[in-house]
Structures are given as structure tokens and as C-alpha cells.
Design a protein around this ligand. Structure first.
Ligand code: PAF
Length: 279
């Protein structure tokens, strides 16, 4: 496996557009990323993974500076998982001049949920993903369902700009106890790591309550779920039942089973965790 740091070197390795499967990452890799690489491998194309911590998608108060940069360890993991080429540009390579042109996603999809609590986040994600696509020119790109809204926003961007590639979804990988793997889990101390399980459990409980119907309105169930987490010391941003198709609230959750996703984001100490479950 090779590591390249410039777009010129990347292009020289790939020798043309549409010749690879791509997994974009911000590094600090875990089994969830490696599962995406293995999925990309199944296309029978060379697999490229990018490692780039994208300043544009972090608000000034967020964890851009302390986000772990672990390139050597990431490279050790990527090779055995089936990655052929790592593209690890630095900021001066990817953004040689300030990135003043940005990709502005549809607010109906990007200003809700994550976008409501992290204004500008999806503009940052879309801008870097568009740029990475332009550098890598993949035939297929694999994004995890763990970042459910991100996957939808990127899919919509690819459709709207008629990008010549396929966006594929990879399943969320969970620890044995059910916690979704995330680079940010590394910020948790032992007690927080044990408590973190309360988020997927709250999502499952909300899913069950929403599907049971029984006349209780969804907003009340969501508020209850948030209050439950808050009582345990969390600061929840949202726990919501939404349609998979457009992330809008269902009219009747019980009747829309099979087409819904329950999404949540909450802060435990200074660590913000997100998760979702399709129901
Ligand atoms: O999901 C991530 O790790 C990032 O948002 C991505 C897609 C690599 C863009 O920086």
C-alpha cells in the first residue's frame, strides 16, 4: 500500500477517472472504517482511502485541534483491510488558497438535526467531499450509515450535480455491547464509556414507543426520551423519529414502520455522540 500526499501523485497512481473505489475518512480509524474499506474492495477496483481532518466542517468551539492525527497507525490498519492507496493531503495541498467557493446543500435536508446544532457543518462536509471526489475521481464511494444524515446529504449532492460515481452505504459497526464505533469514543473515560450505551438504548426505546403508537404524540415521546438522557447527566441535542426518505417527521409512525429512522445526538461530558437505528 502506498501513501501519497499530493493530488498530482494521486492522479499519477490512478491513471484516470473512474478507476477506483473510495473511502473518505478523517483518520483515527476503527473497525467501522475498515469495514467500509472491505466493502469498497468488493468492487474489484483499487481502493483509495483519504485521511484529512477538514477544518471547514468544524465550528470554532469544536474539536478540530484535538482531533487525533494518527496517520502511521491508520496506515498499518488500512493495508491489511485491503486499501491500495492512501491520499493524505495536508491543508496547504487541499486548500492551497482559502476555499471561498463552497457547496451549499439543500437547507431542507442539511439545516435540520445535525445541521441545526452544527451550523455550516454540511457545507463543510459537501465542500471537502466534492473536492476529494475531484481529486480521486472514484467510480464508487462508500459512506457509513452511522453518519446517516451525512450519507443522505452526500447522496443528494451527487445526484444534483450529476457526479459520475455511485454512493454506497456501509452498515454501522458496533462494539459487543452495542455502542456504535466512533473516533470520538476515544475521548470517553471508563465511566463515560459504560454510560455511552444509554444513547443507543434510548433510541431503541424511542423506536419501540413510536411504533407501538397508542395515541401518544411523537413529539411527546421524543421529549420523554431526551428527558431520560438528561436525567442521567447527558445534554441531548435531539432524539427524533424521521422518515428515511427525507428526514421529515412521519405523520403516523406506527403505520410507517420499515421506512423510518430514529436519530440522536447528545453530549456526555465534552464528547458529542451520534447514533441512529432504522425501524
Ligand atoms: O465522515 C467523515 O469522516 C467526514 O465527514 C468526511 C466524509 C471524511 C468528510 O470530511
Amino acid at each position: 500500500m502506498k501513501i501519497v500526499h499530493t493530488t498530482a501523485a494521486l492522479r499519477a497512481e490512478l491513471g484516470g477517472a473512474g478507476r477506483c473505489a473510495f473511502v473518505p475518512t478523517m483518520g483515527n480509524l476503527h473497525e467501522g472504517h475498515l469495514a467500509l474499506v472491505r466493502q469498497a474492495r468488493a468492487h474489484g477496483l483499487p481502493v483509495v482511502a483519504s485521511i484529512f481532518v477538514n477544518r471547514l466542517q468544524f465550528a470554532p468551539h469544536e474539536d478540530f485541534d484535538r482531533y487525533p492525527r494518527t496517520l502511521a497507525r491508520d496506515a498499518e490498519l488500512l493495508g491489511p483491510a485491503g486499501c491500495d492507496l492512501v491520499f493524505a493531503p495536508d491543508e496547504a495541498e487541499l486548500y492551497p488558497r482559502p476555499q471561498t467557493f463552497k457547496v451549499q446543500p439543500d437547507p431542507a435536508l442539511a439545516d435540520i438535526l445535525e445541521g441545526a446544532f452544527r451550523p455550516g457543518f454540511f457545507t463543510g462536509v459537501c465542500t471537502v467531499v466534492m473536492k476529494l471526489f475531484a481529486c480521486v475521481q472514484p467510480a464508487v464511494a462508500v459512506f457509513g450509515r452511522k453518519d446517516y444524515q451525512q450519507l443522505m446529504v452526500v447522496r443528494r449532492m451527487a445526484e444534483q450535480f450529476a457526479l459520475p460515481l455511485r454512493i454506497e452505504a456501509g452498515d454501522t459497526v458496533r462494539a459487543a455491547d452495542g455502542l456504535a464505533l466512533s473516533s470520538r469514543n476515544g475521548y470517553l473515560d471508563a465511566a463515560q464509556r459504560a454510560e455511552a450505551l444509554a444513547l443507543p438504548q434510548a433510541l431503541q426505546a424511542l423506536a419501540r414507543a413510536a411504533l407501538a403508537g397508542g395515541g401518544t404524540d411523537l413529539a411527546a415521546l421524543e421529549a420523554q426520551a431526551m428527558a431520560g438522557l438528561a436525567a442521567r447527566g447527558w445534554q441531548p441535542d435531539y432524539l427524533c423519529v424521521r422518515r428515511r426518505a427525507d428526514l421529515q417527521p412521519p405523520v403516523d409512525a406506527a403505520r410507517e414502520a420499515g421506512a423510518l429512522v430514529v436519530l440522536g445526538a447528545a453530549r456526555l461530558g465534552s464528547t458529542r455522540l451520534i447514533d441512529n437505528v432504522e425501524v
